[in-house]
Design a protein around this ligand. Structure first.
Ligand SMILES: C=C1C[C@]23C[C@@]1(O)CC[C@H]2[C@@]12CC[C@H](O)[C@@](C)(C(=O)O1)[C@H]2[C@@H]3C(=O)O
Ligand SMILES: O=C(O)CCC(=O)C(=O)O
Ligand SMILES: [Fe+2]
Length: 335
């Protein structure tokens, strides 16, 4: 078992604070069989309704996924001093409990990588999990191509090109949520948070985890629901940038991870982001005649800079919404 290196200060670990209480396991997560002719339609419907879906029949063998997971576990099982050689995250590298630089904490340790070869030197001491990143990026591209098709973009690669570009500003993350002892949960009186509620700023994120529960998503009515874990599948979530590119038709889903008292959760996530200079603006194929953008024009670089000044739970897009002249960073204003 991995021991968290610093003394535990419960008051520093975020606790559930918002929305309606989490209901039981949610059985209605849209499941998309990638090999089905109707897949692209189902993907777009899921992006609109939930901003979240599960992909099966993706062509990656369980044997291969198990090997990748074993690599991640090997890193997290290594001595604390070894892991810390890859830290602190600035923003890339090994992190323990602290997420970002604005005061967020969780019951988690992680390794964050930049996937752009020009910036890769920042990952110097880390084991770059190139295979997982490439595999998940390819899957994200396939899904983005289906989305582009279904949205009638004409150029099927119009979206996937943004994350295939050698200047793409994507990142990759390995997360480890150690079991959180019952006594600690009892002391706090509530579930402790592994990774606090947030939306992902990029275009699209692909998540693969072991069979441990913990991931929750927030539905349109503000209810938190638990996503049944499935180590054979990949989960996708719409990021803020894709919400803007569809002028709000797709939903950048709020999600979080709760600590589990019995089992470790190990996840790997690919965050597909565009090149820094890319303008994030609604696609002409989604806009109806006369429809205006709901957002001020911004580049990914501008959005990212602004996002990294915020706390996890802040509503980052608020600053860029045209209607919200009084663009205050209100936590939970997405719900
Ligand atoms: C608190 C923060 C961590 C984060 C940067 C931020 O200031 C706000 C967005 C956070 C997030 C969420 C999705 C991804 O996990 C992440 C890598 C990203 O791009 O935005 C994290 C950032 C992080 O962990 O540094
Ligand atoms: O670990 C997970 O399953 C999800 C974590 C997450 O949402 C993130 O790293 O942005
Ligand atoms: Fe996330």
């Amino acid at each position: 078992m991995v021991v968290l290196s610093h003394p535990i200060h419960l008051e520093n670990i975020a606790q559930i604070k918002t929305c309606k209480p989490a209901s039981n396991i949610f059985t209605e997560i849209p499941v998309v069989d990638l090999s089905h002719p109707n897949a692209k339609h189902l993907i777009v419907e899921a992006c609109k309704e939930l901003g979240f879906f599960k992909v099966i029949n993706h062509g990656v063998s369980m044997e291969f996924l198990t090997k990748l997971e074993a690599e991640a576990v090997k890193f997290f099982n290594s001595p604390q001093q070894e892991k810390e050689k890859s830290g602190p995250p600035n923003p890339f590298g090994y992190g323990n409990k602290k997420i970002g630089i604005n005061g967020d904490v969780g019951w988690i340790e992680y390794l964050l990588f930049c996937t752009n070869p020009e910036v890769i030197s920042q990952n110097a001491n880390a084991v770059v999990p190139g295979i997982s990143e490439t595999l998940m990026r390819n899957m994200a591209c396939e899904v983005l191509e289906m989305i582009a098709d279904e949205l009638g973009m004409g150029d099927r690669e119009g979206l996937s090109r943004l994350i295939r570009d050698e200047k793409s500003d994507s990142c990759f993350r390995l997360n480890h949520y150690p079991p959180c002892p019952d006594q600690l949960q009892a002391l706090s009186g509530r579930n402790l948070i592994g990774f606090g509620e947030h939306t992902d700023p990029q275009i699209i994120s692909v998540v693969r985890s072991n069979n441990t529960s913990g991931l929750q998503i927030c539905l349109r009515d503000g209810t938190w629901v638990s996503v049944p874990p499935d180590h054979t599948s990949f989960f996708f979530n719409v990021g803020d940038s894709l919400q803007v590119m569809t002028n709000g038709r797709f939903r950048s889903v709020k999600h979080r991870v709760l600590a589990n008292s019995l089992k470790s959760r190990v996840s790997m996530i690919y965050f597909g982001g565009p090149p820094l200079s890319e303008k994030i603006t609604p696609l002409s194929s989604v806009l109806e005649e006369g429809e205006e953008s709901r957002y001020q024009e911004f580049t990914w670089s501008e959005y990212k800079k602004s996002a990294y000044k915020t706390r996890l739970g802040d509503y980052r897009l608020g600053l860029f919404e045209k209607s919200a002249a009084a663009a205050v960073l209100l936590p939970n204003s997405l719900s």
